[in-house]
Structure formats: C-alpha cells, structure tokens
Design a protein around this ligand. Structure first.
Ligand code: DAH
Length: 362
C-alpha cells in the first residue's frame, strides 16, 4: 500500500507543475503507458495471494482512474488556457467608433454602374446579367459572328479550355468579350416585350492607357413590336444628358457596322479638348461613346424570336470610358491597381446619392 501512495504522490506532484501538452503526455506515458509505473505495479498482482490480490487490485484500479481523470482535467485546462490567451490577443472592441482611416470608398466603376442603372431604371429598364465565362455560341455565333467571321479578330479574345476537358470542337470557352451575349440569353429565356440593361465585366487581351484586359460595359436591349431607330435615338440622348448633367448636348449618330445590328451606328458627342482635358461642349471635336443599332433579324431568329412580329434596338456603352470622361480620370489602368490613395481621391462616399438621382428616386 505504501508503494501505491508513493506512486500517487509523485505523479500528482508532477501534474501540479506541468506546463504544455507535450510535458503532460510524458507524465501520462510514465504513469499509464505500457511500461508506466502503474502498469508495472499491476503486473505484480500475479504473484499475490487471492485475498491480497483482490484488495490491492481494487486500490490500484482506483489509482489508475484517479490519475486518468487528473490528466484529462489538466489537458482541458491547458487547452482552455491556450484558447483564452489566443482570444485575448485577438480581442476586438466592437464598441469603439470606426477608425475613419480604415474607411473605404465606393469605386468609381461601382458608382457609375449605379448612376447608369438609376437612369435606365427610371426609363423602365430591368437589370439582367449572365456568366463571365461564356461559350462560343452565346458570345459570337448567336450574335451573327460565325467562326471565321472577321469581326472575331477585333475582339482579342481570351480562350479557355472547358473544365469537362472533352476534346470536341466546342471544348473551348471564352471570357466574354462584350455584354452582348446576355441579349441572347434574355431573348431565349423570355417573351417580348423586353427592356433590359446589362452592366458587367468584359475581357479582352489588350492593355494601354485606355484599355485594360478586364473592363466594363453596359448593354441595352429593347424588343417589342414597334420600337424603331427614333426610339433608340431618344433613349440614348436622354441618357447622355442625364448622365453627364447637361441641358443640351451636341451629338451625332455615325453609320457603323456590327454583325448583330442592322442598321448600326456609333454615337459621338461634341467636345473641346483643352490640353489633357476634355470638355463636353461645342462640335469642334467628337468623342465616340457607344455602339448601337436595330437588332439584326438573324439574331432574333437565332434566339427563337419571331422576326416577322418583333423588332427592337440594342446598344453597348463602355462604362470605364464614360466614367473617365465624367470624372476626369486620365488612365484606365489605375482603376484596377487597388491604390488606396487613388480610391480616396476618386472614390465616393457610401452616404452620397448618385448625383443625377431625381427627387423621389429612392
Ligand atoms: N458589343 C459591342 C462591342 O463590344 C458593343 C455594341 C455595339 C453592343 C452595338 C450593342 C450594339 O448592343 O448594338 O464592341
């Protein structure tokens, strides 16, 4: 019996001062492991007389249980202590007022998307969207840009292999080169009348002061039984006036070519260049801001819309471009450099309304 008390005392003394899980494990092995003190002592039972063995066996089992419990308690204590110190070091006082230095700002692109959505929203347009990774058919073929069509070359497309990896002729996807594929998706999935705009990201392999590999467009699509070029013109002139806060605007629609519209046009607005600055007035110079046209009946048919019954117009505006123009930002690349100083200078407060919000818009 004396022996058991000695063993118990020595283990408890060690447990009292142990720090860390590794040291605790060592004590456990020394006491309860295969060659541990308690295990060895149990072996001596074999040599005892029956009565003595019963009594001693009971004592030793109690000791084993006690030590096991003590070790488990200690382990929980050490773990808990670790958690507590971790929580203490990561403490965040949520009751403190926000540190204004850490405050972010609305990126000009988000701001302009909000402004554009607001203006078209008030004209009765809904907002639609589609995937950034498109298949060739939606991005090109359905829009009357079949394989080998020269218009494909103007798009500097990023091609990506499809994830299913089947080597078939359409095993290649693209990063959408424009927001026009969402026209296709919307016409396929809905019944006219359709009035949508599609603000979103687009991608082309190009980079300089006015081009970045990722940029933004807003697509517009109106399909019904009687919308015509006059409606297209009215809608875009109204948009430009509201967006740039102009009472009057000099504009011109220049004949152009897009495979998905017929006839097609580009809209220019009159401007004056003063050094690096562009001022939107007069007609000394012209600045192209968007492409547009009447939706080509071939595209309507490709999307399951009866071209004898329905017609409509579409347009595509470069968001980054009109943002640069409106807010006087000279280099497109800085939009995507994540420089906080730039964002603080050009960004917008979360609490501001878009400047062209009309009373009662919200
Ligand atoms: N998708 C054209 C581009 O990225 C822009 C465009 C032009 C869109 C005319 C249209 C449109 O919907 O009618 O260059």
């Amino acid at each position: 019996m004396k022996e058991l008390e000695k063993i118990e005392k020595s283990i408890i003394e060690q447990l009292d001062v142990v720090e860390g899980l590794d040291a605790l494990e060592k004590i456990r092995v020394q006491a309860l492991g295969k060659k541990g003190l308690i295990t060895e002592t149990m072996r001596s039972l074999a040599k005892m007389e029956l009565e003595e063995r019963k009594l001693f066996g009971k004592q030793i089992n109690l000791l084993k249980l006690k030590i096991t419990n003590l070790i488990n308690e200690k382990r929980e204590l050490i773990n808990g202590f670790g958690l507590k110190t971790k929580l203490k070091s990561e403490f965040l006082d949520l009751s403190l007022p926000a540190d204004l230095e850490l405050d972010g700002a609305i990126h000009p692109i988000s701001q302009v998307i909000q402004e554009v959505s607001l203006i078209f929203g008030e004209m009765g347009f809904d907002i639609a969207d589609g995937p950034d990774i498109e298949d060739d058919w939606h991005n090109f073929t359905a829009l009357n840009i079949p394989p080998e069509h020269p218009a494909r070359q103007m798009h500097d497309t990023f091609y990506i292999e499809k994830r299913d990896n089947k080597k078939t002729s359409d095993s290649i996807d693209v990063l959408r080169t424009h927001t026009s594929p969402v026209q296709v998706r919307t016409m396929i999935s809905s019944i006219p009348p359709i009035n949508i705009i599609v603000p979103g990201r687009t991608y082309r392999s190009d980079s300089d002061q006015t081009h970045t590999p990722m940029f933004h467009q807003v697509e517009g699509l109106v399909i019904d039984e009687k919308s015509h070029m006059g409606h297209l013109k009215g809608c875009l002139v109204e948009f430009v006036k509201r967006f740039f806060n102009l009472d009057e605007v000099n504009y011109r629609f220049r004949p152009s070519y897009f495979p998905f519209t017929e006839p097609s046009a580009e809209m220019d607005i009159g401007c004056i260049r003063e050094g690096n600055k562009i001022v939107l007035k007069g007609d000394q110079d012209w600045l192209e801001i968007l492409g547009c046209g009447m939706v080509n009946p071939i595209v309507l048919e490709n999307c399951g819309v009866d071209s004898n019954k329905y017609q409509g117009f579409a347009f595509g505006v470069g968001i980054d471009r009109i943002a640069m123009l409106k807010y006087g930002m000279p280099d497109l690349r800085s939009f995507f450099e994540s420089d906080l100083r730039w964002l603080r200078h050009y960004g917008f407060s979360q609490f501001d309304f878009p400047p062209n919000a009309r009373k009662g818009s919200f």
